[in-house]
Design a protein around this ligand. Structure first.
Ligand SMILES: NC(=O)c1ccc[n+]([C@@H]2O[C@H](COP(=O)([O-])OP(=O)(O)OC[C@H]3O[C@@H](n4cnc5c(N)ncnc54)[C@H](O)[C@@H]3O)[C@@H](O)[C@H]2O)c1
Length: 388
């Protein structure tokens, strides 16, 4: 029987919905898309030019079957080897439902791509703590059910990895789940901008318990952060001096509604800003972050990226870019890669913060890298060429 990766999720919002639907999509199409064993290390890049000359048919096959993933089979795992074993939320519309239904419950509003059969995973009520902020509170009802013992559930379901998909600003609730992971020996993957994998205190805590963690704040496939940091790096590499830059983001989902609460935004701004700032060896005046909520956009996110600089002869240059994406799906493939990277770490007995998995899949990793370097390190890690 194929090996599985047993995953628990905290926060059954749009991101969890896109992830579950996406894995179901790959599962439904697996007979068409399963790669032959000799295809397993074909990556979605022309990193190894030798590959592009070998068998074009196989490469075309690999490109479609692994759409949105670093590779269809990574570290020995296909996307549908990810198996959800536990789910936690706090709101009435989701708690008590099977995960297959909770992902479609309001106020989730991402696009539908795949129906999902009953998964036999009931969404359990967890402690709210600071998970629901003032804005969020106005749109949802907290469930009256008694809260479950999260640590016991992780143990009972033999979860190996817990994904943290809580709303921005959930500092206490994130720490709560990280502590439950430390208590139970479960790997923690942190999709949100609360600093765990990138904080020395937590790195040491995970290391001393012999457990890996990865994060923080998932970086979307073609998201504003990766585009902005790549453009900034290009300017610097091509000898352009960047004078100023901004990135304004709007959306119409609960993530953006919650982020109207500026008090909850501090870590998000730090996370997004640090990713771009790390690309230049000098300080650039910049303003980066979520900017408004526009309800009819639903889960579409629109980003405006602006850079202004000077090139040869002190001549000004400007880039103005608009990006429109379905936000939750933009990070789901990355999360499938992060889960498989974390599973490889578990198999190798690696503990503490995973440097290359985090640099490739997250905006605020323990060690910030350019996109190309991060991808190279991630693949080298999967192939066992580097330790973390
Ligand atoms: N591309 C992306 O969508 C992307 C990229 C980077 C980061 N993120 C981050 O991922 C997180 C999830 O995004 P989303 O769009 O799914 O958000 P969402 O608001 O749709 O979902 C959050 C879920 O967490 C639940 N929740 C609140 N408190 C909880 C608690 N204490 N325990 C368990 N569940 C709790 C909410 O009820 C809700 O179902 C956000 O922080 C977002 O900023 C998303």
């Amino acid at each position: 029987m194929a090996k599985k990766i047993r995953v628990a999720i905290a926060g059954i919002g749009n991101c969890a919905s896109a992830l579950v639907q996406g894995i179901n999509y790959y599962h439904a199409n697996r007979s068409d898309t399963r790669l032959k064993s000799d295809d397993t290390l074909r990556y979605n890049s022309n990193r190894n030019n030798a590959e592009s000359n070998t068998d074009e048919k196989n490469i075309e096959h690999s490109r479609t079957s692994s759409l949105g993933l670093t590779a269809y089979n990574l570290g020995g795992y296909d996307p549908d080897d990810v198996e959800f074993v536990a789910a936690f939320d706090v709101i009435e519309s989701k708690v008590g439902k099977d995960l297959s239904q909770a992902i479609f419950a309001e106020p989730n509003n991402t696009v539908f791509t795949s129906s999902v059969d009953n998964m036999d995973v009931k969404v359990q009520k967890a402690e709210v703590l600071d998970g629901i902020g003032d804005h969020y509170h106005g749109k949802v009802q907290i469930s009256n059910e008694a809260f479950t013992d999260v640590a016991q559930t992780l143990k009972d379901t033999h979860a190996e990895i817990l994904l943290n998909y809580l709303p921005v600003g959930s500092r206490d609730a994130t720490k709560f789940y990280a502590e439950k992971c430390l208590e139970t020996g479960v790997c923690f993957i942190n999709a949100i901008p609360v600093f765990i994998a990138s904080s020395p205190k937590w790195q040491q805590a995970f290391d001393s318990k012999g457990i890996p963690c990865a994060g923080d704040d998932v970086m979307s496939q073609i998201g504003a952060t990766v585009l902005h940091k790549t453009l900034a790096k290009l300017f610097v590499d091509r000898g352009v001096n960047i004078d100023e830059t901004y990135q304004l983001n709007i959306g119409g989902d609960m993530d953006f509604y919650n982020m109207l609460d500026e008090d909850r935004l501090e870590d998000k701004r730090i996370s997004k800003t640090s990713a771009v700032a790390a690309m230049a060896p000098y300080d650039i005046p910049m303003r980066i972050g979520p900017s408004d909520y526009v309800s009819f956009l639903k889960n579409d996110k629109i980003s405006y990226i602006y850079l202004r600089g000077k090139y040869f002869g002190n001549i000004p240059v400007e880039v103005d870019l608009k990006l429109r994406v379905v936000d939750a799906y933009n990070s789901a493939g990355i999360m499938i890669d992060a889960i498989r990277g974390a599973k490889v770490a578990l198999e190798r007995g690696i503990s503490g913060s995973l440097e290359s998995v985090s640099a490739y899949c997250f905006k605020h990793p323990p060690k910030q890298m350019s996109y190309n370097q991060a991808k190279k390190n991630f693949i080298d890690f999967i192939e066992g060429k580097i330790e973390i």
